[in-house]
Design a protein around this ligand. Structure first.
Ligand SMILES: [Zn+2]
Length: 138
């Protein structure tokens, strides 16, 4: 009796490695095509193409509509960042307003009204929206 079982024959990869339905080469109709970096590659004639099924997601990679929000000095901001307010801000109903240097934790990037693209909560002021141009990444 062996000390450890051999690799179970049934779990091995399919012989030849043909796992998925990879389309034949449209140029030379070779069936020995394989996938590489979201492309299908034909080893026979060297043709490479994007498979039709998920061509849309493979092309480009950048998701349309995803905005990059930058702070006053050009740092890219992300959800959850801590930022510092770089200039005094007036707040309706509050005589002192937000002072420059106020730390704001755990910001959330939003598509706010009138360019206010940061949703946050500031001690003493509560929830509010700021413009990314008045903060600096801490
Ligand atoms: Zn080919």
């Amino acid at each position: 009796m062996p000390r450890w079982p051999r690799a179970a024959a049934g779990t091995a990869a399919y012989p030849g490695g043909v796992i998925e339905n990879i389309p034949a080469c449209p140029r030379c109709s070779s069936e020995y095509t394989y996938e590489m970096n979201n492309l299908v590659v034909c080893p026979e004639c060297g043709h490479e193409w994007v498979p039709a099924a998920d061509g849309a997601s493979a092309a480009g990679g950048a998701e349309a509509g995803e905005r990059v929000i930058k702070d006053a000095v050009g740092n890219v901001l992300n959800d959850g960042d801590t930022v510092t307010v770089v200039k005094a801000l007036k707040v309706k109903g509050n005589p002192s307003g937000i002072k420059a240097g106020t730390k704001v934790r755990n910001i959330r990037l939003v598509d706010g009204v009138d360019g206010h693209d940061i949703d946050c909560r500031i001690d003493g002021f509560g929830a509010m929206q700021l413009k990314s141009s008045v903060v600096k990444k801490a």
